[in-house]
Every structure is written in structure tokens, then in C-alpha cells.
Ligand binder design. Sequence first.
Ligand SMILES: Cc1cc2nc3c(=O)[nH]c(=O)nc-3n(C[C@H](O)[C@H](O)[C@H](O)COP(=O)(O)O)c2cc1C
Length: 347
Amino acid sequence: MKTDITELLGIEHPVLSAGMARVSQADLVVAVSNAGGMGCLGGVSFMPPELQAEIRNIKSRCSKPFAVNLLLPDVLTSDEDSGWAPVRELWDSLSSADRAKLKGVEALLTKGAVRDQIEVVIDEAPAVIILTFATPRDFIARCHSRGILVGALTGSIGGARKAEEAGADFVIGQGTEGGGHTGHVGTMALIPGIVDAVSIPVLAAGGISDGRGLAAALALGASGVWMGTRFIASEEAYGHDAFKQRVVDGQSKDTVLTRSYTGKPLRAFRNDWTAAWEDRTGEIQGFPGQYAVAGPLVETGYQDGDMAQGMMPAGQGIQTVTEILPAGRIVTDMVAQAESLLKRLAR
Ligand SMILES: Cc1cc2nc3c(=O)[nH]c(=O)nc-3n(C[C@H](O)[C@H](O)[C@H](O)COP(=O)(O)O)c2cc1C
């Protein structure tokens, strides 16, 4: 299945696994890239030296192209730290056991760490960097000078236009159905809107879990898909078995858009914690301050399978996820399903 994106990235299948914080570590990236798609490391959850080691780990096990995700909003990269004060105070007051429970957000909680992540990733020069929340023009220019392609993840047409203007090589439109931080426009409306608005290749994301979603994305004008939730239920994903099983057992209506963990709208499993904040939205801190309020709950879902309180990002695409599979099989099965579907439709 050749598309603009397989040509641009030099991959076999137009399927990218999302750079999910914590969930997407080396094992998942290697499995997806070796299967002919492109795996993306959830770079935000590694402190800079660990990020370097994880990228080198991938390189040692996989000669195919892979991507790394970074989050570069101003609040994380500038010296201005007013948004940070509550998070730092929390960090300073934690026991070492609680700090271990915040491992995945340590880089977001440590001044200067995101800037050091940037240097590590540019030095290591993966084939692709995926940017979320912001697309700084000078950063993209630096990537290009190292031969790194840049994709931008956005939930809006305006965000896609900005990314193209800043020099991004392709854009990923994520509909509100998607797991993790997400916007308010549905995939079906967002993707054709972005395709009309930009001239770079577009990937579709949000609610896509199988070959039907891939075929639909191509019909909407996208050149491939970027998929997160489906890969949580893979053998290689990092995360507690209870979290993976919840993705298999869950229904679309079990997810909710909540600011209660991070301060930004995040689609995750509805649970006691998200329900407790539904009537208290006025008290929720901005990003990243709310991380300090949720504290270790940001990790207890992944690490301990605490379904009642822990953060478990997941999208509406869980409806059609029925088993935990090797990630490579998820890629090849969905491509085979899309190909046969497209042949049938052509008849
Ligand atoms: C568990 C989880 C963690 C995520 N973490 C990140 C992240 O660190 N950075 C990011 O850009 N997107 C993150 N996302 C969003 C994904 O990149 C992707 O856009 C989304 O999963 C696509 O929708 P889908 O879940 O319906 O496949 C995350 C999503 C999930 C489910």
C-alpha cells in the first residue's frame, strides 16, 4: 500500500504507532517499525540520559526508520516558571516511593529537562520527530539541518496550517475520539478539513483501530494513520495488564474528556477520580499545575492497575479492540483488512 507518507518516510505500510508517554517504549517502537510501519517513542516520559539510552536501544534492535515524540509548549521550554511552582513544590515534598510513581512525568517536572531532551533527540537524529502542542520554527529548521523529518500532531485546522507554515513535513490530525490530550472536533470532520487546508501529507488519528479505519482515513484524503489506543492492547506496550485488559473489555462510552489529571483536556477511562472532578472544573489548575494535584495518580494506572483512581488515557476506538496481540500483527492485519476492503469497494 503506497501513499505519500510511505514514500516520504521510506516505510512499507502507512501505519504509525503513536508516541504515547510511558506506553510507547523501545519494545513497541521496534515491533512496529520491524513490521513495516513506523513506531514512535513516547519521548516525553524519559529524563534526558534515559531518553538517549532508549533511542540507542531501539537503534541496536531495528535498522528501519522510527520516530520520537516531544512536547514543546513554551511553558516547558522557557525560563518563566510560574505555571511550575505547584508542581515543583509537590515534587520536593514527595517520598522516594511517590517519586517513583511520578517517573513518567519527571521530565515535565524538572526544570531544563525538556530543553535537554531536545539536544539528545537532535543529536541522536531519528528519522522523524513528532511535535505536539507547539511547532517552533527554529526547532524544525534545526531538525531539517540534521536530516530529520518533522510531523506535527494537532486537533485543529488552524494548528495544521501553523505547522505547515513553520516548516513541518507532514501533519497528523487527531479527532476528539482519540486517547490522550485531544481536541473537540471529530475525526470525520477534521481530516477532510485539514486535507483541504494544507498541501503537506496528512495522517488521520482518533478512533482508528483496524483496517476499516485505515480504509476510511484514505477515503477522507489522509495518506495513512497514527494510532495509539489500539497499541495499548499489544504485547509490547508498557502498562499494567489490567489497563490493557480494560482496553479490550471497554466500550466507547467508558471514556471521558477530562482536565482532572493534567490540566488539559485528555480522553481517558472515566473512573472515581474523573467523576469527582466533573462538578469542580472551576478548581482545576492549568497545565502543568494539575499534575501536582493528581500527583502519583498519573502513574498508578500504568504501574499498579489502579482502575478507580489512576490515569488511563484511551480513545473511543476501544469498542472494536477485542484482544491483546503482538504489535507487528496489529500492523499487518489492519493493512490486509484495508486492502481487501478497498478491493471490494472498488468492485
Ligand atoms: C496512553 C496514551 C498516551 C498518550 N501520550 C501521548 C504523548 O505523550 N504525546 C502525544 O503527542 N500524544 C499522546 N497520546 C495521543 C496519541 O499520540 C494519539 O494521537 C492518539 O492515541 C490517537 O488516537 P487513538 O487513541 O484513538 O488511536 C497518547 C494517547 C494514549 C492513548
